[in-house]
Ligand binder design. Sequence first.
Ligand code: HEC
Ligand code: HEC
Length: 386
Amino acid sequence: MKNFQFILFLLLFTVAFTACNKDLEFKNRYYDEADYEILNRHLKLPELPYNYNIDYPDYINSFVNTNIDYNKATLGRVLFYDKSLSSDKSVSCATCHKQELAFSDNVAFSPGAEGKVTTRNSIALGSVINFRLYYGNEVFNGIPFFWDNSANTIQEQSRRTLANPNEMNMHMSQVHSRVNSIEYYKPLIKKAYGKESLSQDQILDAIAEFTNSITNYNTKFDRSVDEHFKVARNTNVREITMANFTAEENTGKNLYLDNCASCHGTMAGRPGRTEGNNGLYTTYSDRGMGANDGGAPRFKVPTLRNVLLTGPYMHDGSLKTIDDVLEHYSTRVKNTAGLSPELMVSNQAKKMNFSESDKAALKAFFATMTDDVVTADPKFGDPFIK
Ligand code: HEC
Ligand code: HEC
């Protein structure tokens, strides 16, 4: 009898203990149980949020804070992919900024809300070493946004993109009321901001946190620069034969440095000039910065990381392929008011006259700047259950 009681006690104890343990397990899960139910109805999120911190290679001596708040970035990722942020719920940021295309798209003009189309080519967000390092933050100013460099902060960029009638066609107050009324945002807002609803600025802040985490440094080019840096403590790509590069890639690198880097940047990082005119047209219908200040037509000098993924090219998507781009610089640069001096000789449009093997080498070099991580990592991907 005593034995039986003891066994019963043991049994009860075990049951109680297991129940306790179960409870603990629940408490250790990231979101509240009820919140998981809500989230799982709409979204495919990992058990624990992804780590969005940026781990630069040694040679990138970053003075910019590389910590990304993973709760805000998670919220920002959902906002980035949410079609509820456009007036007719037909497009999200990702419609025109597709992960697999380095956050650009493959059409000259992109489909926006209400059947409209954009008036300029979508810009690749995954074409810079790191979004925040390149574009700056509240403290330091980097490169401005848009083809006419007309937005200075990422918040201003997002606000204008959301409001643009050809893009998302939403006033911030509409975005605000939609986001705060959708059930799956509640748990994410609670984690990111410790409250029930977001202000307009916090919505932009969360989108910014996500876009700021976008990087491009997992490339053959960067690995090679880093290898050199670890030994020689410098990054002078002009003087080195890149380790692990084929002869053709090294030739392409030198052609790039001689013909393109003065504008597009030696490391395809910060450009040599932030705006320019590359002689696309004799007469421009879209004048870019010129339309804002009455000067000659000028446009942002874009960065060329992941460039093989981001066609069609130029502010109007008028050059379909990278071959068209190389042909442009080779023989088709027009004499036009405001043509940048880097593309002139004796006051005339310069012809680079690339041979077929030069073009192949340039393309081989560009392929070393393709980042297969940013284009595939699920932390940058669509979180919605289709
Ligand atoms: C309908 C297509 C479309 C949608 C939707 C869209 N974009 Fe864009 N995006 C563009 C186009 C086109 C440009 C270039 C506009 C210009 O320069 O005038 C651009 C430019 C940008 C830039 C500037 C990059 C640079 O280098 O200057 C950023 C950043 C950006 N978009 C982020 C976003 C975010 C975040 C969202 C969602 C809130 C979004 N976009 C939604 C088409 C779109
Ligand atoms: C005067 C400085 C300058 C030089 C030199 C220059 N570019 Fe450009 N590049 C620009 C400007 C400005 C634009 C944007 C023009 C526009 O959209 O109207 C541009 C756009 C591009 C684009 C389009 C990118 C995109 O995302 O749409 C590519 C690709 C490109 N250049 C490649 C090259 C290559 C390759 C070379 C060297 C052979 C080169 N560029 C030399 C200024 C320059």
